[in-house]
Structures are given as C-alpha cells and as structure tokens.
Design a protein around this ligand. Structure first.
Ligand code: VG1
Ligand code: CO
Length: 556
C-alpha cells in the first residue's frame, strides 16, 4: 500500500485528561485535529506497534463513523498489521478491554466522550487502551502530548473507505481490517464470570421485573443480546435501547439527574423491582431498586461483600479491593471486616490496572458510577448490573414465587446494619469559569496549609488536611495534586477536586462523607444526614464567592 505524507502543524491543547482527549465535536472535525492526535499516538508507540493488531470502535456518537476511516488510514500508515473494528463503529469501553485481552491485541482505540452529550454541537473524544486492556498509563499519554506539540507530518495509507455495516474481512495489501460483532467476545467473557443459568432462572420469574435504560447510548447494542436474548428479560425491559448519534439529545449519564426517565419510573406505581442504566460508552452504571437508590460507593462495597457467594468468578475469594480517593470508605469497612487489602487510588480507572495485573485487586469502584473487576481493565456497566442481579438471584433462590422476596433495599439495609453506613454525596458545579475554579483551589490550598490537626470546624475536629498524592505500589509512579482533602476525627471527609473530563470551562466537584454505625439512623436521607458538613464545606471553600454559584448543577 502507498503511504502519503501530508504536512501538518502542532495544534494547542491536545492534552489527555482523566480519560482520553475530549473536545467539542467541531474542534475534532477541524483540519488534522483528530489525525494529529492519532499520528502522535502512533509516533509515541514507534516501532513497537508495527506488525501488531489493534481494536477500534466507539459509543455510537456523531462523527465516529467518519473518524474510523481516518484512524484506519493512519494505522496502516504506521505499519499496523490488522485492525478489528466493531460493526457500525460500535464497541463499548469494557467490551474493548475484553477484546484486547481475549484476542491478545496490542491495544485499542475507543471513540467516546463517555457521559458527555454527543452531536455536531456537543462533545467528541478518543482514548487509547493498552495491551492488558487498560486505559493508557500516564507515561503513554504524556508521550502522546509531547508528540502533538512537535508533529510535522501525517502518514496516511491510501486505502478505500471500509464498509462498517457488515461483518467481514477486507485486505488492503498487507494491511487488514476485520469488521466484527461488537458483542460476541464480551458476552462470552461475561458468561465465564457469572452463572447465566441462575440469572436466567431469576430474571424469568413471574414475580420479578426489571428495567434497563441504555439512554440511547452504546449499551443499547448489548442489552438486547445479553439481557433479553440470553437471560430472558422481556423486550420492554430495555428502554431507549437504540444507540443514536446524539443519544436522543440527552446526557448519556446514569445518575439521578440525567437518567430522570428511569428515576421517575422507579419512584412511580409502575416501578420495577430492579432498575439500571449505563452511560455513553457502557462503562458506568446506576443501580436502583423500587424507589431506592444505591450510591456507587455503596454498590462496590455491597458487591465486594457478596461476590464470593453470588458470582462464580470469585468463588475462591477476592484478591483485594480498591476505590478512588473520593469514593466513600464503605468499601474499606468491608475490607476490614473480611480481612481484605484495600487500596486508595486517584480518580480515573487507569490507576486500577497495575493493581489488577499484579494480582492485588479483584473488585474496585469509583463514586462516579463506575464499578468493575479484574475480568477486564475498565469499569463495566453491564457487569455491575449482572453482579447486582446475581446477588438478588442468589439471595432469592430459596424463596418461592409469590412469597416475599429479598429486595435491593433489603440488601442495602442489611449491609449497613452489618458494616455501618457511609452517607455520601457529590455536588458538581459544571461550566464554571476556569480562572474562578483555579482561584478557589488556590484558596483551599492556603486553608489546608493553615489547618492543623485538632482545628475545630463546627462540631467536627480535623484529623488531617492534605492534597492527595499517590505512589503506585507496583511501578512506583507518582500522581500528585489529585484533590484537597479535609478528614475529621469521626471519619467524615470533605474533598474538592476539578474535573479532568470536561471539554471546556471547569467543573468543580465537592465530595462529602460521614459515617454512622447507628442503624436507627440508616434510613435517613443522605442530604439531611450530611446537611451540617455540607455547610462547613461551602464555608471552608467560599465556593459561592469564588464561582458565583449558589447551587450545584448535579447532586448525587
Ligand atoms: C470523571 C469521574 C471519574 C471517572 C471519569 C471517567 O472524571 O469523576 O471517576 O473515572 O470521569 O469516566 P473527572 O475528572 O471529570 O472527575 V467515563 O465514564 O467518562 O470514562
Ligand atoms: Co464512560
């Protein structure tokens, strides 16, 4: 094949955030914007990628199909031997991780801005996953960024457009593109992890109902084949199940604000026993019962506590657990009682990969609706849904049809009674002016530096205040400035950090947590339980003064 050299110039700001590069779609559609980043990726991989195979797919958003063609030309130009592309450019993030691992690929590219809205006026994004299926570590993303600042040419193979609408193999000289079913490998892996027989038996019980809302995003392509065809859920159990380029105009973000259709259903008289949703690229999940919300921080703790009994993959026990720093310490309580190692890493899934590769962690999670395990190296929305369904199925296996079943709420209440409850909430202030957000962080650094252990904030006594920094126990790499923490003697925590996934402006995230062992308080509403400490957080940060915001955009 002929490779054309096209001259180009560096473009500012192509620095990867928490999870890949995200910008407004029209920026990515600008001349050479996407090509520059992808070429920089190949330049940073160098000879290593020559002759290797990659995966490619995305969440179905606008511009993905066009982007595939550009990426294929650059891959061929870089000497890649073969690319496996999901049909119609579809591939959920966890499915890509499974594909890379299962087929021993060198890596994979995922076209997604995850939970950010899609369409010509909204967001686009791209991320690279490496050989064990994990999000590219910072040493690679830093190298890519370095190349974007000095790039001068694109190496584009002269190959025709590949038809993505049909499964099949296309050869262009010694370069090959195989269009594959995006569900197959992933489903096969899930069948190894879970007891599909038990799940099917439970899901088809006449006294059990469920709703899965794909939010018109990528899990629409997976929910039908997995939940309906394999596990016997009724077709009407899947809502918004057709992936759309603009996700039907919504935010494909499974939380109480953006998944409001599902929330309204689950709090109505038509509520089903179990409700779940997933995000744009299928790595996030939200779990609901009948009029009951499971916080993601509790979800990972509850899954960890029940995994060995309910999920065959964990039958010999967990190797350890891990959570991101702002995630509540509910998981730590389980680890402590069950004698498991518990790791605390910075925000972003890339920090879990090393722990898993080293056999230190089986189940992990983030408060941001991310839950997963070491069957892949990404958080996995449908895995979390099947994990919860497995727990329900296991707990109900001896309860006859028509008798009172164990509900999602029962499982949470029992969990809290045993381990105590970590009340948790996150406030997001989206679209804040960057300078204002940075000034607030500077202010918080000053407060932190001045706050000595023992300082009183209302009724709370400070244990420590710091800026979170992490040294990877496996490779020794250090991630600093990962959020400001105020930790109190009763275990309560106030945490501030700025988002690294936005496409413009800044998003301030405030995380608040308070522990209670007293089960008479466990059915309290989280906002009510946390009211006092939320006031303290707003006061310490002077958030309203710096940002001009009286109220957050999203509360979870
Ligand atoms: C957010 C979440 C983080 C998550 C990341 C990617 O990052 O807080 O926990 O890993 O999104 O999720 P940030 O930097 O905006 O807080 V996804 O579903 O966008 O791949
Ligand atoms: Co996502």
């Amino acid at each position: 094949i002929e490779v054309k050299i096209i001259s180009t110039k560096p473009i500012d700001g192509q620095k990867t955030g928490t999870s890949g590069l995200r910008k407004k779609t029209n920026i990515f559609m600008g001349e050479h914007y996407l090509a520059n980043w992808v070429q920089s990726l190949f330049d940073s991989l160098g000879n290593e990628v020559k002759g290797k195979a990659l995966g490619l797919g995305g969440d179905g958003r606008y511009f993905n199909k066009e982007a595939v063609q550009t990426i294929l030309k650059l891959a061929a130009g870089a000497g890649v031997k073969k690319v496996y592309v999901g049909m119609n450019a579809i591939m959920a993030t966890p499915a890509m991780s499974a594909l890379i691992r299962g087929r021993k690929l060198y890596g994979g590219l995922i076209m997604s801005a995850s939970h950010n809205p899609g369409g010509p006026k909204e967001d686009w994004g791209i991320k690279f996953n490496y050989s064990s299926g994990e999000p590219a570590p910072e040493r690679i993303t830093d190298a890519i960024y370095g190349y974007t600042t000095k790039i001068s040419e694109l190496k584009m193979a002269d190959i025709p457009e590949t038809d993505l609408s049909k499964i099949g193999t296309h050869s262009y000289g010694d370069f090959e593109v195989e269009v594959i079913d995006p569900v197959e490998d992933y489903l096969a892996l899930l069948e190894e992890v879970f007891d599909f027989g038990m799940l099917r038996k439970f899901i088809t019980r006449p006294d059990f109902s469920l709703t899965f809302d794909a939010l018109h995003a990528v899990t629409g392509a997976y929910a039908g084949p997995i939940l309906v065809d394999k596990l016997g859920a009724s077709a009407s159990a899947v809502r918004n199940g057709v992936p759309l380029e603009d996700f039907g105009g919504g935010h494909p973000d499974p939380n109480l604000t953006y998944a409001h259709e599902l929330v309204e259903l689950q709090w109505s008289d038509k509520a089903t026993d179990f409700g779940a949703a997933s995000d744009g690229d299928g790595d996030r999940n939200m779990i609901l019962g009948n009029a009951f919300f499971i916080t993601p921080s509790d979800s990972v703790a509850i899954i960890a506590a029940n995994a060995q009994e309910a999920i065959p993959y964990f039958k010999t026990g967990l190797k350890g657990v891990a959570r991101s720093m702002p995630t509540s310490e509910a998981l730590d309580r389980v680890a402590e009682k069950e004698g498991l190692k518990c790791f605390e890493v910075p925000t972003g899934w890339k920090f879990f990969g090393n722990l898993m590769d080293a056999g230190l962690c089986s189940v992990c999670g983030e408060e941001s609706f991310g839950t997963g395990a070491d069957h892949v190296r990404e958080k996995d929305g449908l895995w979390a849904v099947l994990a919860w369904l497995s727990i329900l199925a296991y707990r109900n296996k001896d309860i006859a049809v028509g008798e009172k079943k164990v509900t999602v709420e029962d499982i949470a209440m029992e969990h809290w009674a045993k381990y105590g409850r970590n009340f948790f909430s996150r406030f997001d202030y989206e679209g804040v002016e960057s300078d204002a957000a940075n000034s607030m962080v500077e202010h918080l650094r000053a407060v932190q530096a001045d706050s000595k252990p023992g300082t009183k904030f209302g009724d709370y006594e400070l244990k420590t205040a710091d800026e979170f920094s992490y040294t990877d126990p496996v490779d020794g790499s250090v991630a600093s400035k990962q959020g400001l923490r105020f930790i109190f003697t009763d275990g309560s925590r106030i945490i501030f950090r700025l988002s690294g996934t936005g496409s413009s402006g800044a998003t301030v995230r405030l995380y608040i947590e308070q522990y209670s062992a007293d089960s008479s308080k466990h059915s309290q509403d989280a906002q009510a339980a946390l009211a006092e400490i939320i006031k303290i957080a707003l006061d310490i940060s002077q958030l309203a003064k710096f940002t001009g915001r009286e109220k957050p955009t999203v509360i979870t």
